[in-house]
Design a protein around this ligand. Structure first.
Ligand code: ARG
Length: 569
């Protein structure tokens, strides 16, 4: 149940009964201070201003009109807030009736464009953020019943591939199937570049390869495909290590739109959007003026007939809206591409490509290395992602050996993998994605604070409690009785799951789910310290039920972020 929506509806009815115009927003949210109760409604303040009424008086009239039943107390606080505290019996019922996440998104289709590495080079940290955030969104939206279509818009096309394909062709002709060479994509790329810069006849051939690829030449296409397969298998290695839900079926790269580009030009031209500028076809939109007052155009086709990043993205929107019938398209892409997406969406709107779909860029900041420096290896090279993830597992192994010496070697290794990968993902997901963040091994692997190990440990601790008490958690029945303040807080947090997930879906922001998980584990720890659980007596069954709900909440919540749990730590 979405408790917040329920209170909002009630508060809106009460505002109307208190004399506000119908539809006055109640603005219910979690209370900002403990003395304001569980939730707080702020709508009376703004309404009073518009109605030129006294805010506290209007708030009091609203309180008087409020239908109480589920609510224990309702009072005016501060300048005219309404604070709401839920009844303990209501919380008990909400938990007892909980049959899992409600599928409020059923019938809606959401395309998520994420990960999308450039296959010419090794996948790097920038793509790690997109992969982790996009995957958490995909899982969460799916759990809410949305039909999610993952689109891995890999960079697999364009001029850069001419030299790679030409170079690979030469390597293969020299007898090497190319697999050895392509083990290190970065080196292969540098090698092809060097030849391109130093050898004019090679450069000539490389340019010719681009043209032949665009014309659908079979021989070049086959070499290109071999290159792509190997590069993509490097990415899949990272996905598998990360436990990301992307599969080869989700790949629809830039090359997939090659045949649609001419049509895009025709359609934009028919819509009267194209202007020729020094031979290039451009869209000039008034809203994109640079500092010099001149319009920054969107170049759809270059003067040599070549296409660009924008052209492909136009074709991709067209495909996603028309063929995939998306209701929303989420682009989980680096904040530095903000202008690209604003321009893209504006052109799509002019061309009618967006239909009734909502096109949304959900940016994220840069991942910085220790000390806020750019992320690189010690010698200044790009950090291979598999190396980074292997290091995470190695470091977690040390922590696990120290914290859980009682586990056997195999189990320690398994826990280290779950903790290490979980730590990397959670450190990224728990921050508001729009800001940059500093990658910090110590902080992410800490067992204190808002970290994956803290949550995983809380989960394992509940399981160990069940083992100690000989409790079969699955067979517990009945309704929890909420009595102490710690139980109230824990039950309240549990009851907020649905509204939290809906907020993650609406804003495409996984950190709300992390904040909820942290609140849940913290509320549990306080409950556990103050409320004996295994003590026989009237509270026994009820408290075990709370433990079970907490464990379920942590396990499923982490699962939606793509993070695993273990039964023992
Ligand atoms: N491959 C691009 C990059 O690495 C990101 C692609 C983002 N998606 C899109 N539809 N433009 O910068």
């Amino acid at each position: 149940m979405n408790v917040r929506d329920l209170l909002n509806t009630k508060a809106e009815a009460a505002l109307e009964a208190a004399g506000c115009p119908p539809g006055t927003a109640a603005i219910v949210g979690p209370a900002t201070r403990p003395e304001f109760g569980d939730y707080q409604a702020n709508g009376a303040l703004g309404a009073a201003k518009r109605m030129k009424a006294n805010p506290r008086e209007l708030a009091q009239r609203t309180v008087d009109a409020m239908a109480l039943d589920d609510i224990a107390t309702c009072a005016v606080t501060g300048p005219g807030f309404i604070s709401l505290t839920l009844a303990d019996t209501f919380l008990g019922e909400v938990l007892a009736q909980d049959t899992g996440i409600e599928r409020t998104g059923a019938g809606q289709r959401i395309v998520i464009d994420y990960s999308h590495p450039n296959l010419a080079k090794e996948m790097h940290v920038g793509h790690l953020r997109s992969t982790i955030i996009g995957d958490a969104l995909a899982r969460t939206l799916e759990a809410l019943g949305y039909e999610v279509v993952r689109q891995n818009h890999v960079g697999d096309w364009g001029t850069g591939f001419g030299m790679l394909v030409a170079h690979l062709g030469d390597v293969e002709r020299a007898g090497d199937p190319g697999r050895e060479e392509l083990k290190d994509l970065e080196r292969f790329y540098q090698e092809a570049r060097r030849r391109f810069a130093e050898d004019e006849s090679f450069a000539e051939r490389a340019r010719d390869v681009v043209v032949r690829l665009q014309q659908g030449d079979d021989e070049m296409g086959a070499i290109w495909q071999r290159y792509i397969d190997i590069s993509m298998s490097h990415c899949q290695e990272v996905y598998d290590l990360l436990g990301v839900s992307l599969t080869p079926r989700d790949v629809r790269g830039e090359s997939a739109y090659n045949d649609d580009l001419d049509t895009v030009v025709e359609e934009l031209s028919e819509a009267g959007l194209l202007t020729e500028d020094a031979g290039a076809l451009c869209v000039f939109l008034d809203e994109f003026r640079g500092r010099d007052g001149k319009i920054t155009p969107v170049i759809v086709r270059k003067s040599d007939g070549g296409y660009l990043y924008h052209s492909t993205d136009l074709a991709a929107v067209r495909y996603r809206v028309r063929e995939l019938a998306a209701d929303r398209v989420l682009y989980v892409v680096d904040a530095r591409q903000a202008l690209h997406f604003r321009q893209l969406f504006a052109v799509c709107k002019e061309a009618g490509y967006d239909g009734s779909a909502s096109l949304e860029h959900h940016p994220f900041g840069v991942m910085q290395g220790p000390g806020g420096r750019p992320f690189a290896t010690r010698d200044g090279n790009v950090m291979r992602l598999t190396d980074l993830l292997t290091e995470a597992i190695d470091r977690a192994r040390e922590v696990v050996a120290e914290k859980s010496p009682h586990l056997g070697a195999d189990e320690q290794a398994r826990v280290a993998r779950v903790v290490g990968i979980g730590a990397v993902k959670y450190a990224d997901l728990s921050k508001n994605r729009t800001s940059d963040y500093v990658f910090d091994w110590q902080a992410m692997l800490s067992f204190d604070g808002n970290t994956a190990p803290y949550l995983q440990y809380a989960y394992a601790r509940i399981q160990s409690l069940f083992r100690r008490g000989g409790v079969d958690a699955e067979s517990l029945t009945g309704m929890p009785t909420i009595d102490t303040p710690e139980e109230h807080m824990l039950a309240l947090t549990l009851a907020r799951r649905q509204e939290t997930l809906e907020q993650v879906a609406a804003q495409a922001m996984p950190h709300f789910l992390c904040a909820w998980l942290y609140d849940l584990a913290s509320a549990f720890m306080r409950f556990y310290e103050n409320c004996p659980v295994l003590e026989e007596g009237p509270t026994h069954n009820s408290r075990l039920l709370l433990c079970r709900s907490t464990a379920d909440g942590i396990r499923t919540g982490l699962g939606l972020l793509g993070i695993e749990t273990v039964e023992r730590m």
